[in-house]
Design a protein around this ligand. Structure first.
Ligand code: GDP
Length: 482
């Protein structure tokens, strides 16, 4: 998109060095263009004011002018030379830092394409790093996750994965399984002689260990999803209960996005705020607003869709009216349908209720509850608009409710992504089948098959086993220049 195409007569063939803008487009102090592959240094040197760049050692910095094919100055740049295999991709790489701004960066790119470079497809630099053994697949994915991280938890999980924490845990399971498989296959080779080489108890312990580590990794998948996509909190309730006021008060100054969500309800309003290191996305939907009028049927399909996609529900009630029977039935139905969904009932407009007697204890959340299927909170969204801290109790309760579903995953730094989750889950299934086979509910031959299946699934996580299909799926998530 917007990338200048190489001239048709430019020698930018398949084996040519690749080049791409590594920084975001737009006005900035600096921009970085990366050139990589065999001949990358020569190529940049051919347009650089100091041709000696061609013989520069790795990890050196060179200041000079980049000139186009006609010798006209393009920009004063800084070239950092990396020589393979001691570079991020394992190949020669030159990072050309030029002045920021689209015109300059695009001119630098055009100059390099003219000199014979080929535009790098998205993720190509990281793909090469993977193919050259600089990173395994889980680490390569972490590069994309790191670039896209929008919350503290997402950032931390990506750093942990980049440092190999996911890969290390997978390697631990692999080792246990390889050891088991070796013993079992040996036994198979001597099947005729009816010997048992493997100590069944020891094999069982190895499988149990694998199962436990897989379970720990899998328990982080929900955190991984929330870290990546944000926590979706839907505001529901009757018209005029104060949903939009509460949404505004909740996000306060942090309000980042207010936009119609295409393809869902007509005017879903969404705003974001960071809470406890996670990105919370508060959604106030027209669908829910409308259907709150007709809650008798558990809400319409649209309200259901909004709630079904939710990680939590804030059900807003006008405290001067209270929850009616229909709303209680709606909340009861919801609790039955989605028992794990955190629901907080917010009794709004507390400022309109008569003040409690002076000697009364401050209202506790439990007092304010009185609702079907959820803890209750008493707030004044209107007053909170001017005093955002007034909602800290509600924010804390919301965060606690969401965290309760994370099974302590936050204590660690690892949070696996959806691709990992699918393979780890399949691996655990195979490990459990192997365990059953070992316990005498299957022969040694199925045991060996199950172990191989588990190993294959684990290999797909780290890239020890890959197919073009997997690589394409992974690297398509990258941006150009990564
Ligand atoms: P929604 O239809 O649920 O989104 O409700 P709104 O946020 O549009 O609020 C409906 C009306 O109630 C507006 O006039 C708000 O100013 C008012 N309102 C909202 N929250 C409060 C509150 O805490 N106290 C009082 N007194 N009025 C409120």
């Amino acid at each position: 998109r917007g990338r200048p195409a190489p001239d048709s007569d430019a020698p930018g063939g398949a084996g040519a060095p690749i080049a791409a803008l590594a920084t975001a487009r737009g006005t900035a102090a600096l921009a970085v263009v990366r050139v990589g592959g065999a001949g990358a240094v020569d190529l940049v040197a051919s347009r650089f004011s100091h041709p000696a760049l061609a013989t520069a050692a790795g990890r050196t910095v060179h200041v000079g002018w980049l000139r186009d094919g006609a010798g006209r100055p393009v920009d004063q740049v800084v070239c950092v030379v990396w020589r393979g295999p001691h570079s991020s991709t394992g190949e020669d790489v030159v990072e050309v830092t030029c002045h920021g701004g689209d015109a300059v960066a695009q001119a630098v790119l055009r100059t390099l394409y003219d000199a014979g470079a080929r535009p790098a497809p998205a993720g190509e630099f990281t793909r090469r790093a993977f193919l050259n053994g600089k990173l395994d697949l889980a680490q390569a994915e972490a590069v994309a996750d790191l670039v896209h991280a929008e919350s503290r938890v997402g950032h931390r999980a990506a750093v942990a994965a980049l440092r190999g924490r996911v890969s290390d845990a997978v390697a631990e399971v692999r080792e246990a399984l390889v050891e088991t498989a070796a013993l079992v296959e040996l036994e198979l080779d001597f099947a005729e002689e009816d010997v048992e080489f493997a100590d069944r108890a020891a094999l069982g312990a190895l499988l149990d260990r694998a199962d436990a580590v897989l379970g720990e990794l899998l328990s982080t998948a929900r955190l991984g999803a929330l870290a990546r996509d944000g926590v979706r909190v839907v505001l529901g309730g009757r018209p005029n209960a104060g949903k939009s006021t509460l949404l505004n008060a909740l996000v306060g100054q942090d309000r980042a996005i207010v936009s119609p969500t295409p393809g869902t309800t007509r005017d879903a309003v969404e705003a974001e705020a960071e809470l406890g290191g996670l990105r919370f996305r508060f959604v106030d939907t027209a669908g829910l607003r409308e259907t709150a009028d007709a809650v008798e049927a558990e809400g319409t399909r649209r309200a259901r869709a909004a709630i079904d996609g939710a990680d939590a529900l804030l059900y807003v009630v006008d405290a001067t009216i209270g929850l009616d029977a229909e709303e209680r039935a709606f909340l009861d139905g919801l609790a039955a349908r989605r028992p794990a969904l955190p629901v907080l009932v917010v009794h709004n407009k507390a400022d309109l209720r008569p003040a409690p007697p002076a000697d009364a204890a401050p209202p506790s959340p439990a007092d304010a509850a009185g609702a079907a299927g959820g803890a209750g909170w008493s707030v004044s969204a209107r007053e909170a608009l001017a005093a955002p801290a007034a909602l800290d109790g509600l924010r804390g309760a919301l965060l606690d409710a969401v965290r309760a579903g994370l099974a302590g995953a936050e204590a660690g730094e690892v949070a696996v992504n959806e691709r990992h989750r699918a393979h780890l889950d399949a691996a655990r299934g195979a490990v459990r089948r192997a365990r059953a086979a070992l316990d005498g509910r299957g022969g040694a031959d199925t045991l060996a098959l199950d172990l191989r299946a588990a190993l294959r699934e684990l290999g797909l996580v780290t890239g020890a086993v890959t197919t073009e299909h997997v690589l394409d799926a992974v690297f398509s998530r990258f941006c150009i220049g990564k």
